[in-house]
Write a protein of this length. Structure first.
Length: 369
């Protein structure tokens, strides 16, 4: 066993050591790890309970890693994704007689194979995308780096030596035709609450360029109204940022009308945690919908399999309308202007300024049946 059941001093982070949040986090970190260690040591002689205790220990180590690395950054998306990745890997390892505390030499090839496999229940076939593979390897490597630094694991990092998949940035990025989207949105049946929700969700997505996670997280306390316009607050965006989007007056009125139809005329009486996009399914009625449901809405009404296409469409359409790169960069939340330029250039790859002339030259005609 390569995991040492001992108290750790914790790894340094980017916050000042006197920051109350850091002191509180470190105190909880020390107390929890000491408690786990003591429990494991006291039960070590009891072989019937040691396996269970070790399982609990590893689970707690994962949570402590997330607490130390990601809770203070307020990146809930990263924290949730990395937790899911580590527990997925652990399930895969244990089904094959290993665990996260096994020797590094035993784990390398197994981790590499696991990182290429789609999650059970996935609608897609084949291996995962290179970006997904890289994200999994990065999460696992980060975990082992942390437990090694804290003296919890005594072997080398099994994910460190795994090569990353090469990625052509924005290779799959494409945009929707605004006129076609407008027609598709008009065809949504808004006589039902579900149809109203789908319509407004897609409109907000197309008008703000926010991700599915950011859209799914919206609740009433994220809505503020001033001078007839709604401003949406998107908390914990990429990099722990908080982003704000002030909607057009017409869209603001439509969003508020939708909320009154769904909930109550007196919106001020709503609980702050009331989700903007509620579920209408029997099992989760009234709860907030998740990213998968948003993806299903996009598939159903726009025929796209990835919500990120709406973000691409937002950025590309903004540029077509004459927006400066700096404005698009700010709206997307990008740090680098060069990254924004590269992103926009990739979106324009499919555009041929001579397409109409070519079609006319070759005599393209519509076939009538």
């Amino acid at each position: 066993m390569y995991i040492q059941e001992q108290q750790s001093t914790g790894s340094p982070n980017g916050y000042h050591k006197s920051d109350p949040r850091v002191l509180d986090m470190k105190e909880r970190f020390q107390q929890r790890l000491l408690t786990i260690s003591t429990a494991n040591q006291s039960d070590f002689e009891d072989t019937s309970s040691h396996s269970t205790q070790q399982n609990d220990f590893i689970e707690h180590v994962i949570e402590l890693w997330l607490l130390d690395k990601y809770t203070l950054t307020q990146s809930k998306c990263t924290e949730s994704t990395y937790r899911e990745i580590l527990f997925s890997l652990r399930t895969y390892l244990r089904a094959r007689g290993f665990d996260l505390d096994s020797a590094a030499a035993e784990l390398v090839s197994t981790i590499q194979l696991w990182a290429t496999i789609r999650a059970s229940g996935s609608k897609r076939q084949g291996s995962v995308a290179p970006s997904t593979y890289n994200q999994r390897i990065a999460a696992v490597s980060n975990y082992y780096r942390w437990i090694i630094q804290n003296g919890i694991y005594t072997d080398c990092n099994p994910a460190e030596q795994l090569a990353r998949a090469s990625i052509k940035k924005y290779a799959r990025a494409h945009v929707l035709n605004p006129q076609q989207v407008r027609m598709q949105l008009r065809s949504i049946d808004r006589s039902t609450p579900r149809g109203q929700r789908d319509y407004m969700l897609l409109q907000v997505a197309l008008n703000t360029g926010r991700s599915s996670q950011e859209l799914a997280s919206l609740s009433w306390h994220n809505v503020s109204i001033g001078n007839g316009n709604v401003t949406l607050t998107f908390e914990r965006c990429k990099g722990g940022k908080t982003m704000y989007s002030t909607l057009d007056t017409q869209l603001s009125k439509a969003l508020l009308a939708y909320l009154r139809n769904i909930y109550t005329e007196n919106l001020n009486s709503l609980d702050p945690t009331t989700p903007l996009w509620m579920s209408f399914s029997d099992r989760t009625f009234g709860q907030a919908i998740g990213s998968q449901t948003i993806a299903d809405i996009c598939e159903s009404h726009l025929g796209i399999s990835t919500v990120h296409t709406l973000r691409h469409t937002f950025a590309f359409t903004m540029e077509q309308l004459g927006a400066e790169t700096s404005t698009i960069q700010r709206q997307l939340g990008y740090e680098s202007r060069a990254a924004t330029n590269g992103y926009l250039a990739a979106l324009k790859n499919a555009q041929n300024p001579y397409a109409a002339e070519l079609a006319d030259l070759f005599g393209v005609e519509e076939t009538n049946h």
